[in-house]
Design a protein around this ligand. Structure first.
Ligand code: ADP
Ligand code: ZN
Length: 606
């Protein structure tokens, strides 16, 4: 309480003058109203009296219909007609809790109507206070009332790693956390640094929550699951308080794993220049989280796993060493992953002999673990409706179209011809990356959709390198354009697709920077272009950038001509297995290398 008061005081100082005045006025009005109410209140006789704990408890259970507050007692009417009273004065917070729990709070009991006609103004003054009180606890109902104990999620205990199919890499990356939670003392005894937190990154439904549960289950740790949004929309330091209470609870129950879903809502970048930044309340909450994590003493046995689909939104302070300093990527599963997931969810279902999960997996490119679970559940429901003994392939087919329709609308599922087009396009990128001098080597090619970006995952982005040569930049642009170049060769000018939008954006941005900032379009340096440059100057720079694109385009077409067979082989491999590692891409290129030299020097600047 004392600490909360300090918090409030600090928050108050941080507020703008206008906010301060508004708040002070509201508080005064509220206090005045309460004073007025209590002063004019008549003492009334009281039914059996209950303790404050019972009062709060019953209110939370929704058993209390109304509470009428008088000077030194509160009369309660229960939903079942029972009456009770609480003797003494109620702290404002508790009052707020009652309101929040849906209790009809009034002042003055039966005299209320009478009172209102006389003192309507006082009541009106009370209104803003109640509104603020409502906001204080609003939106955070998960643990607004009754303390945070119910944050503990006992169901995690029954999960194991075997419940998480695929995602082997993610599981591997959990090893250290698992070892630590299993035995924090031993882990840290020789000075090993205890892991504090990790950030799980991946689209919805790929098993982030599931994996966190499994880590808790495997290590017999307590499990606390919250969402970043639970901490928002609170007022005056309460979010921070919730964070502290949560960690207190975790320490009490150590070893304990805290899972924070949608961490980006809690830990947004602070620098939001365009009003997108976090406000001071959110900042206080975030700071409380960081302070708690920094404060872990070695072997306490508390680890925080956070999940997000938008790592780009997260404040970098959150990712520093000793905080969420490990990043664990979870992807939409590929074929092998989908087979595994289907098997996991088929364990408790009765499948007919004709059901071949591998065939199901082959048809569900792009579906997440949650989609696949959903698919089998829908199929089971269909089977049950037919009063069948087992789920048949027909049930799965029926369910497939339901689930698919939902997903196609979200653009996450590929039709067969799209699948082929994407394979051609991505194989184009991959071939260029593997063969064009200066290009970054391909790490992986895939036709599994990942958000907007389909395809080749390249290594370090430009910005991370210190000095970049013209050849490297050209290589990157050639790789960008090679997707479209491959489409052109495979499907003709009429068959090219919209799939290259991001490629062109990236190529354009690189080429214009080359032309306008780095003077790389011509052999003699030219004036660099800025926002202040004249229209003609900018036009010229654009023309120069276009020559770079033209040059890269020619190179992309040439690379694909030279490695036609490798490209075809890679397309087949992608259609078959969906993702191909970088080493294998290079092996395919090698195996299909023709007599001409595989790599041709890039033309120097003119
Ligand atoms: P996320 O937290 O990434 O949004 P969840 O963990 O909530 O996803 O996944 C939702 C459900 O989908 C899980 O409870 C599980 O039944 C199923 N699921 C998702 N990924 C997998 C997986 N890799 N293996 C098995 N089941 C999965
Ligand atoms: Zn592309």
């Amino acid at each position: 309480m004392h600490r909360l008061w300090h918090q409030l005081l600090r928050k108050f100082r941080l507020m703008s003058r206008r906010e301060q005045i508004a708040l002070a006025a509201t508080a005064l009005l509220g206090l005045g109203a309460i004073g007025w109410v209590t002063w004019t209140e008549l003492a009334t006789t009281t039914p059996p009296s209950i303790s404050m704990t019972t009062l709060i408890e019953d209110a939370r259970k929704g058993q209390i219909q109304s509470a009428s507050i008088s000077q030194d007692a509160i009369e309660l009417v229960y939903r079942d007609g029972w009456e009770a009273s609480f003797r003494g004065q109620l702290p404002d917070e508790t009052l707020v809790q009652l309101v929040q729990a849906g209790v009809d709070v009034s002042f003055g009991g039966s005299a209320f109507t009478d009172f209102f006609s006389k003192n309507g103004l006082a009541l009106l003054m009370l209104l803003p206070m109640l509104m603020i009180a409502w906001q204080v606890l609003g939106g955070a109902s998960r643990f607004a009332i009754g303390g945070p104990t119910k944050l503990l999620d006992p169901t995690a205990a029954k999960y194991r790693f075997s419940d998480v199919a695929g995602q082997d890499e993610a599981k591997d990356q959990m090893t250290e956390i698992v070892d630590f939670l299993r035995d924090p003392e031993t882990f840290t005894r020789l000075g090993a640094k205890a892991p504090k937190g990790a950030l799980m990154v991946g689209p919805p439904g790929v098993g982030k929550t599931l994996l966190a549960r499994a880590v808790a289950g495997e290590t017999h740790s307590a499990f606390i699951a919250v969402s970043g949004a639970d901490f928002r929309q609170t007022f005056m330091g309460l979010g921070a308080n919730k964070v502290r209470n949560m960690f207190k609870l975790a320490r009490k129950n150590a070893p304990c794993l805290i899972f924070i879903d949608e961490i980006e809502t809690l830990a947004r970048k602070r620098s939001g220049s365009a009003g997108s930044g976090i406000n001071s309340e959110e900042e206080a909450t975030l700071n409380a989280l960081l302070v708690e994590m920094d404060g872990f003493v070695g072997n306490k046995g508390v680890v925080v796993l956070a999940a997000t689909n938008r790592p780009d939104l997260i404040d970098s302070a959150v990712l520093r060493p000793g905080r969420f300093d490990r990043r664990i990527n979870l992807e939409i599963p590929d074929l092998t992953g989908r087979i595994g997931i289907l098997k996991v969810h088929a364990r408790n279902k009765v499948l007919a002999g004709n059901v071949d999960l591998e065939i199901v997996a082959r048809r569900t490119t792009g579906m997440s673990g949650a989609d696949l679970e959903n698919l089998l559940n829908e199929a089971a429901i269909r089977g049950t409706k037919r009063a069948a003994l087992a789920i048949t392939m027909d049930d799965i087919d029926g369910a497939y179209f339901d689930v698919l329709l939902g997903r196609v609308r979200n653009g996450a599922i590929l039709r067969d011809d799209d699948r082929r087009a994407i394979a051609v396009h991505e194989a184009g990128h991959a071939i260029a990356a593997a063969t064009v001098e200066g290009a970054k080597r391909p790490q992986k090619a895939t036709i599994v959709p990942r958000g907007r970006a389909l395809g080749v995952v390249l290594s370090t982005p430009i910005e991370d390198r210190k000095l970049v040569s013209r050849q490297q930049l050209m290589g990157d642009i050639v790789v960008c354009l090679a997707g479209r170049a491959a489409e052109l060769k495979a499907f003709g000018a009429a068959g090219v697709s919209t799939g290259a939008e991001d490629d062109f954006k990236q190529a354009t941005s690189l080429a214009s920077r080359m032309a306008s900032l780095w003077s790389m379009a011509t052999s003699t340096p030219v004036l660099s272009i800025s926002d202040d440059s004249s229209t003609t100057a900018r036009q010229k720079a654009e023309e120069r950038a276009q020559t770079i694109i033209d040059d890269a385009w020619t190179q992309a077409l040439e690379a694909l001509d030279r490695h036609k067979n490798a490209h075809a082989a890679l397309v087949v491999a992608l259609l078959e297995r969906e993702s191909i590692e970088g080493a294998e891409i290079e092996a395919i290129v090698h195996a299909h290398a023709d007599s001409r030299p595989p790599v041709r020097p890039i033309r120097a600047a003119e």
